[in-house]
Design a binder for this molecule. Structure first.
Ligand code: SAM
Ligand code: DTB
Ligand code: SF4
Length: 333
């Protein structure tokens, strides 16, 4: 057995950029070789999303259908009742998900709302699912409340490079994102952090985004790579999809830089061919969202995904041990 590649946190930006510039076959070969040193190459972690509070968000993220600033025709909804969330989580579990991710269109949660979300987390965890939440920026007290409720993962994306960030969001800074990520990490909650491809960023921005993630004190345990879902009414609503090979390259470079992390082939699968998704798995993606809705937009049919797994000989990993590099979290159950 060859020794596993070391996990590095000292990548330079030039090294990351030169990975992006490798010939495609060389890049995919390198990514798949590394993937096999750390993971079973035929197993894919499965999560399901639920929007627990939809729309009317005060932030101005140019990609997002939930911002109050853009007319996307989305019906806004209050924070869901706990029973409704638990019922959706049970359905997700029965459909084969191992993790349930609750998303809220907030800049940051308010006191009484967070108490309700903490109850949801505890009840979803009691179903035997891993729990994930994405609620916006958090302070220290809020992070502790979520940890105490049994939260396994917190999703908080940096979305793009530090340089391109201001083109996409003006109502908060890149540093605000890093601050929340640091609080989450320090509390021993697994970090889920990635970004979006297809917003008009260049290769140097994709390199800058992954460089930021790969040089954090701990690599995020989960790295979602989203393809922009271009929603009419948002400033990015008429963007054409990126070159599929650029998307696959981003997956491959994430896999090489962060070999122990789960890399999620996240939003945008509805616009991808089965062949493109297969190349993403070959490039080292080993997590997806299962279920016909992401937060507000569509995702492939569950039956179609089951068929794709069968055709590719992939096995869903329903319940994964939630493990930090340095801080083992409680196993779900
Ligand atoms: N409001 C919280 C926040 O922004 O952190 C949590 C929810 S927010 C919808 C979660 C993530 O979804 C965003 O950071 C972004 O990366 C992703 N996202 C939102 N709209 C998207 C779109 N149209 N296409 C791809 N990804 C999107
Ligand atoms: C992530 O990186 N992608 C998910 C999850 N984390 C919260 C969200 C995708 C949202 C796509 C647009 C929508 O459905 O509203
Ligand atoms: Fe609000 Fe999150 Fe959408 Fe930005 S991405 S507008 S913060 S819901």
């Amino acid at each position: 057995m060859p020794t596993a590649a070391p996990v590095r946190h000292d990548w330079t930006r030039d090294e990351v950029l030169s990975l992006f510039q490798r010939p495609f076959n060389d890049l995919i070969w390198q990514a798949q070789s590394i993937h096999r040193q750390f993971f079973d190459p035929n197993t894919v972690q499965v999560s399901t999303l639920l929007s627990i509070k939809t729309g009317a968000c005060p932030e101005d993220c140019a990609y997002c259908p939930q911002s109050v600033r853009y007319d996307t025709g989305l019906e806004k909804e209050q924070l869901m009742e706990i029973d409704t969330v638990v019922q959706a989580a049970r359905q997700a579990r029965d459909a084969g998900a191992g993790r349930f991710c609750m998303g809220a269109a907030w800049r940051s949660p308010k006191g009484k709302d967070l108490v309700q979300v903490a109850r949801m987390i505890a009840e979803v965890k009691a179903l035997g699912l891993e729990t994930c939440a994405t609620l916006g920026m958090l302070d220290d007290t809020q992070v502790t409340t979520l940890k105490d409720a049994g939260l396994d993962y917190y999703n908080h994306n940096i979305d793009t490079s530090p340089e391109f960030y201001g083109e996409i969001i003006t109502t908060r800074s890149f540093q605000d994102r890093l601050d929340t990520l640091e609080r989450v990490r320090a509390a021993g909650i697994n970090v889920c952090c990635g970004g979006i491809v297809g917003m008009g960023e260049g290769q140097t921005d994709r390199a800058g985004m992954l460089h930021t993630l790969a040089t954090l004190p701990e690599h995020p345990q989960s790295v979602p790579i989203n393809q922009l879902v271009a929603v009419p009414g948002t400033p990015l609503g008429d963007r054409e999809p990126p070159d599929p090979f650029d998307f696959i390259r981003t997956i491959a470079v994430a896999r090489i830089l962060m070999p122990r992390s789960y890399v999620r082939l996240s939003a945008g699968r509805s616009e991808m061919s089965d062949e493109q998704q297969a190349l993403c798995f070959l490039a080292g993606a080993n997590s997806i969202f299962l279920g016909e809705k992401l937060l507000t937009t569509g995702n492939p049919d569950t039956e179609h995904d089951r068929g794709l797994f069968r055709r590719l000989g992939l096995r869903p990993q329903s319940a994964e041990p939630a493990e930090c590099e340095h801080t083992p979290a409680q196993a779900a159950g």
